[in-house]
Design a protein around this ligand. Structure first.
Ligand SMILES: C[S@@+](CC[C@H](N)C(=O)[O-])C[C@H]1O[C@@H](n2cnc3c(N)ncnc32)[C@H](O)[C@@H]1O
Length: 217
């Protein structure tokens, strides 16, 4: 668990505005702490006022690179040292391709963009398998999965939450007696953590399975 650095940064932020739910900070620190000081590449979809990009730059430290994607051309002004902005829609393959052309080794993706169901899924499908083998893919504001205006609805097929539920089965495909094929996702995903309004996918190659019986004589 983190030491509250991000929490403090957010609460004391006197610079560009940041828009986050307070309970997200424990989640960020739990999943992101191991990247601090390791020069990671972070992609955040949804720049708005630019404050969150500055927060990541401060949190991950010297050598990190923060790439912001936003559909609003005004967001280009938030580029600065170690922060690059790409303008375009998160569901546009050309935009996503540009990210990986420039940064083949992406460690963390944070989807805080449109929160529209089709966009969240399209972006995940384009990016997830290209994130580093020990990387993290975090989708926030997933409460929109229950809101009609974003294309959501309780247990409605096509929402990011239902997509995630299918991914839980895919993660366990090895055990389904071939009912589900073992996919690249199966092989490369360690776990999925579902929180209030946030889903986190932790990448790590699945290990060799050995069920042992041990006993002490
Ligand atoms: C919730 S705000 C981002 C807040 C910012 N990450 C923060 O924490 O302060 C959402 C942003 O997503 C952008 N956006 C909306 N639709 C988008 C799309 N299709 N592709 C990329 N960005 C989009 C909006 O312009 C807006 O700036």
């Amino acid at each position: 668990m983190g030491d509250g650095t991000l929490h403090r940064y957010f609460l004391n932020n006197g610079d560009k505005r940041i828009h986050k739910w307070l309970h997200f900070f424990d989640i960020y620190e739990r999943h992101f702490e191991r990247f601090r000081g390791k020069s990671p590449v972070i992609v955040e979809i949804g720049v708005k006022w630019g404050g969150s990009l500055q927060m990541w730059k401060d949190y991950f430290g010297p050598g990190c690179k923060v790439v912001g994607i936003d559909i609003n051309p005004d967001c280009a002004r938030h580029a600065e040292d170690a922060i690059e902005i790409l303008i375009g829609s998160q569901d546009d393959p050309a935009v996503i391709e540009q990210v990986f052309e420039r940064y083949p080794q992406v460690d963390i993706v944070i989807d805080d963009g449109s929160h529209i169901m089709e966009h969240m899924i399209a972006t995940f499908e384009m990016m997830y398998h290209r994130v580093q083998p020990n990387g993290v893919y975090l989708v926030e504001d997933t409460h929109t999965c229950y809101w009609e205006v974003f294309g959501g609805g309780l247990r409605r097929e096509g929402t990011f939450m239902e997509f995630t539920k299918h991914k839980l089965d895919e993660l366990n495909a090895v055990h389904t007696r071939e009912a589900l094929p073992v996919t690249e996702f199966t092989r490369s995903t360690d776990y999925i953590a579902c929180y209030d309004s946030v889903v986190v996918f932790e990448r790590r190659p699945q290990g060799r399975r050995r069920a042992l019986v041990t006993h002490g004589m």
